[in-house]
Design a protein around this ligand. Structure first.
Ligand code: PNS
Length: 150
């Protein structure tokens, strides 16, 4: 059984994340969306909130489960018995950051591969940072965070 982990801070989860999760759910038997505690990033939404938002968003996808973790990603992936980590790439900036993380994780563990998916062009501009900024200014962000598919 092919299983992947899609890790992130998901503060909050948005359409761009969901598109990657949905695409991965067609390639893998099981997808685990792993919401990191990421205390060092001082997330705006609590871990429980981020987990619930992600679970609500992915509820229409039968082979997707949402979990939280507060340890090294390589240890979480090993404990789940997954063969892959999937990350979405929107830009060269994402590539620089994510390829660095993938290389570091590969030094820490050879148990899994990191696979990158290029973001859909129409979703490339969405980011959790912008959503948080809009939320703080009282703007309704539901069109960016909610999906009619769910
Ligand atoms: O959505 P993000 O914030 O870009 O996700 C980053 C995340 C959570 C995937 C990354 O920070 C992570 O894997 N954190 C878990 C701790 C870890 O394994 N760090 C890698 C070595 S510094």
């Amino acid at each position: 059984m092919k299983k992947c982990v899609i890790p992130g801070t998901f503060d909050p989860i948005h359409e761009g994340h969901f598109a990657i999760i949905k695409r991965a759910s067609k390639l893998f038997d099981e997808v685990i969306v792993a919401v990191a505690k990421s205390s060092e990033k001082k997330p705006k939404h609590s871990l429980e909130e981020r987990e619930k938002l992600a679970a609500d968003k992915c509820s229409s996808l039968d082979n997707v489960t949402v979990k939280t973790f507060d340890n090294l990603l390589v240890d979480f992936v090993r404990s789940e018995g997954a063969q892959c980590v999937v990350k979405g790439l929107r830009s060269v900036k994402d590539f620089e950051y994510e390829s660095n993380m993938a290389a570091l994780n590969s030094q820490l563990s050879k148990d899994f591969e990191t696979i990158f998916m290029i973001a859909d062009p129409e979703l490339k501009e969405i980011s959790s940072t912008q959503i948080r900024e809009l939320e703080s200014m009282g703007v309704d962000t539901s069109s960016l965070t909610r999906n009619s598919d769910c």
